[in-house]
Design a protein around this ligand. Sequence first.
Ligand code: ADP
Ligand code: NI
Length: 214
Amino acid sequence: MDKESIILQTKSFVYQQLHDDATGHDWWHIYRVTNIAKKIAVIENADMFLCEMAALLHDIADEKLNSTEEEGIKKVKDFLSSANVNEVYVSRIMEIITTMSFKGGGNPPMKTLEGMIVQDADRLDAMGAIGIARTFAYTGAKNQLIYHPDMDPVEKLDKEQYRNRKSTAINHFYEKLFKLKDLMNTDMGKEMAESRHQFMKEYIVTFFIEWEMN
Ligand code: ADP
Ligand code: NI
């Protein structure tokens, strides 16, 4: 198994699948997540090939990009077998990306070190300056408001209602972004999350100062 050639083939497959996505899963999200994952993998002495492959493929099977979960999983499996990735790696990669993508029943804990690393990397890319940019990009793509004083987070909706509800970009900070810091798995993830979290908090403070003009 030629790992270098498989990585190149995977990059080109993922680029082709995601380059025109506008829901926050574009190629450059994958590029950043892969770089963060590789950085943490060095420190954690993890399997670099597994981290890089799982990071590159982590959003391909996402329910937002496929009509069914099965279809997304099949797409990734078919690709891996066409690239001659060995069976052990195929199942390790699939284990990570399926646990990460499908959030039914809460966020299942990752079982492997490599899974924890890729999940940290994905969450870190939702935080800090980049995370703020992605949030407003998503909000624009969904035709939602940046903020509305009367729209509080809605807690008691089921999964479908929750996905379809009208929210605002600022709500998203409270519903998700400010919670990410405490969900980090690795020490380096925690450390990186700390500064990104602080930056988002400062951003929100300034946002409300300007909103109220005081
Ligand atoms: P990923 O699976 O890569 O973590 P998501 O599909 O959850 O990404 O979201 C893609 C991007 O859009 C992330 O930056 C996320 O914070 C942002 N996002 C997701 N849902 C909302 C929302 N309701 N309002 C604003 N931003 C959102
Ligand atoms: Ni992602």
